[in-house]
Ligand binder design. Structure first.
Ligand code: UT7
Length: 329
């Protein structure tokens, strides 16, 4: 049986960092940010005692509560993140400990902005194989921990947040996670969007700090071009493989990196604005959090019904990208 999403949840920190706030610390302006990206504000997890595992745990707790089950029932926890609390142990193990999921095994998955899609497809395999009955798939990133707030080319883009889903076997054939096409391009991608410091190549040192190597670095133009092409291509591929048309698709759920990239994808798919999930104005780019936050909002707003056709698409560092077709059950 295919895997289906039985429950959704999201967590966004309360503190808002608006474009106006950024105007005070950077040479930028609200109008530029809104027209070039679609972002008006983002959320920041300011508390230095709280990191990605805190947000992921909030999501995990909500998933349990909404589904009405206890943590013992969880078989597997996958956390997609590029801002783990620590390099090791994994953030997924921290979440497991926090919710006391003593029968689960847990691991992190690294695929940057495509992390949630990669993790969703990975989790789905364990359900389909019959290996697991309940899998938590969470995308969480505390982007403010790796942002250089003196670099206007990246500081305006990102926010903190987390979202997640519970995967279980679909109750009927023809529902759930029906198709996935995932890609990476390690031949051309790595140098355009990365954080150089803190790994085994450049462990933390006075030099890595002086050279701002513990912050995200992006060649925005290159990434933009690659993202527009890849997201539209994979969306079209998912449509063709599954016989979907602009009429039969109910929701495009895209990674929220830039409103212009999302519009280009929707245009290629021939779908109208009302079918495109867009919350970038309020949260900016929360990396692995964007897609599951969008899903949780659709769900909260009562916009998902049995048979709703969803196309999830993402693009991020690596490069990594992909599309997933979900038929809501
Ligand atoms: O989620 C992971 C994937 N990431 C993405 O998908 C991000 C992809 N890239 C983008 O979204 C866009 O490239 C950005 C939003 C990052 C930048 O937009 P752009 O239209 O590519 O702008 P640009 O970098 O070409 O800069 C245009 C101008 C430059 O000035 P000049 O050289 O034309 O005088 C920049 O210096 O805008 C200037 N600029 C800014 N001005 C005000 C750059 N950043 C800012 C800023 N505020 N924050």
């Amino acid at each position: 049986m295919k895997a289906a999403i039985s429950t959704t949840a999201k967590y966004l920190p309360e503190e808002v960092l608006s474009n106006k706030d950024l105007e005070r610390i950077l040479e930028t302006n609200d109008e530029w940010i809104r027209t070039r990206t679609g972002i008006s504000e983002r959320r920041i997890l300011r508390d230095p005692e709280k990191a990605t595992s805190y947000m992921a745990t909030e999501v995990a707790r909500m998933l349990l509560e909404k589904r009405g089950i206890c943590a013992d029932e969880i078989d597997l926890i996958i956390v997609a993140t590029m801002t783990p609390d620590m390099i090791f142990p994994s953030t997924a193990c921290l979440v497991q400990g926090n919710i006391q999921a003593k029968n689960a095994w847990a691991f992190d998955l690294s695929a940057a902005c495509s992390g949630f899609l990669y993790a969703l497809n990975t989790g789905a395999q364990f359900i389909e194989s019959g290996n697991c009955k309940k899998v938590m798939v969470i995308g969480a990133d505390k982007m403010s921990s790796i942002i250089d707030y003196t670099d206007r080319s990246t500081a305006i883009l990102f926010g903190d947040g987390a979202g997640g889903v519970l995967l279980e076997a679909a109750q009927e054939d023809g529902y759930g996670v029906l198709d996935a096409r995932l890609y990476s391009d390690g031949l051309n991608g790595p140098n355009h969007l990365l954080m150089r410091g803190g790994g085994s190549l450049h462990p933390a040192s006075h030099e890595t700090i002086d050279q701002h190597m513990h912050f995200i670095q992006q060649d925005g133009k290159q990434v933009f071009k690659a993202a527009v092409m890849a997201m539209a291509d994979v969306a079209e591929e998912i449509m063709q493989r599954n016989g979907l048309t602009s009429e039969t698709i109910d929701w495009l759920v895209p990674h929220q990196a830039n409103q212009r990239i999302i519009h280009a994808t929707a245009e290629r798919m021939g779908i109208t604005e009302e079918k495109v999930v867009m919350n970038i104005a309020h949260y900016g780019n929360t990396t692995a959090g964007t897609v599951p936050i969008c899903l949780a909002e659709l769900d909260e707003q009562g916009k998902l019904h049995k048979g709703s056709n969803l196309v999830l698409v993402s693009f991020g560092a690596g490069y990594t990208w992909g599309g997933i077709y979900v038929r809501w059950q």
